[in-house]
Write a protein that binds this ligand. Structure first.
Ligand code: IYR
Length: 221
């Protein structure tokens, strides 16, 4: 066994009351998050996106390989290309490729093939998973638990953006292969989510849907 190098854990212990209060405050803050599909074109300072991506990049990952690339897009020309390509896929998807069962499952969300938010919102973050890495001498490095790692990092990113006062949408045009070409990412990377971030439009409305209750989502043994 190799001898790993260790360092002290800088654990910050909280008083029990502070723990409770913080857990309640975080729950209340996250409970206000809604997926938003209608965006304002108000600009959002780059540093907020930078800090959110830095937060996402702190996520745990398989073998600490951090198998992700966040492509942060604010260039209107690139957003426009993404909208055109995504809508092309979505037209086919809603036109029948999805199948009746899938389209039925989406009906209560009121989504369709049109994705104006891909141009309106100030930021798009294309989240790529690195199926494998490249060794310094060239050659492939196997990556482990890539979808799980990217999913966790995406959760961190969404929470960080919400905490900063921004609305987000986890958009998943399918298939997403066009993002490799537009974002200039190699074949070794796979797009998982196209995250939209910005301020909601003034008159933004969201579907009247609810989350499952604690009893519905958990078992305590
Ligand atoms: N990608 C399509 C369809 C879609 C699929 C699921 I699953 C959703 O939760 C929402 C939408 C779209 O973005 O419209």
């Amino acid at each position: 066994m190799l001898n790993p190098v260790y360092q002290p854990l800088r654990f910050e212990e909280l008083a029990p009351e502070a723990m409770l209060q913080r857990s309640r405050d975080f729950l209340a803050m996250m409970a206000r998050r809604r997926t938003v599909r209608d965006y304002s074109d108000r600009p959002v300072p780059r540093e907020i996106i930078v800090n959110a991506v830095r937060t996402a990049a702190l996520a745990p990952s398989g073998a600490n390989q951090q198998p992700w690339t966040f492509v942060c897009i604010s260039d209107p020309a690139i957003k426009s290309r993404i909208r055109v390509a995504a809508e092309e896929e979505e037209k086919t998807f809603y036109g029948g490729r999805a199948g009746a069962e899938w389209l039925g499952a989406l009906r209560h969300l009121g989504t369709d093939w049109e994705k104006p938010f891909l141009e309106t919102a100030p930021w798009l973050i294309a989240i790529f998973g690195q199926r494998y890495g490249t060794a310094p001498e060239g050659g492939k490095v196997k990556h482990y638990y890539v979808p799980e790692s990217v999913g966790i990092a995406s959760g961190f990113l969404i929470a960080a953006l919400h905490n900063a006062g921004l609305a987000t949408l986890t958009h998943t045009p399918s298939p997403m292969g066009f993002l490799n070409e537009i974002c200039g990412r190699p074949e070794s990377e796979k797009a998982y989510i196209l995250l939209v971030a910005g301020y909601p439009a003034e008159d933004c409305r969201v579907p009247a849907i609810a989350k499952k209750t604690l009893d519905e989502v958990s078992v305590w043994i």
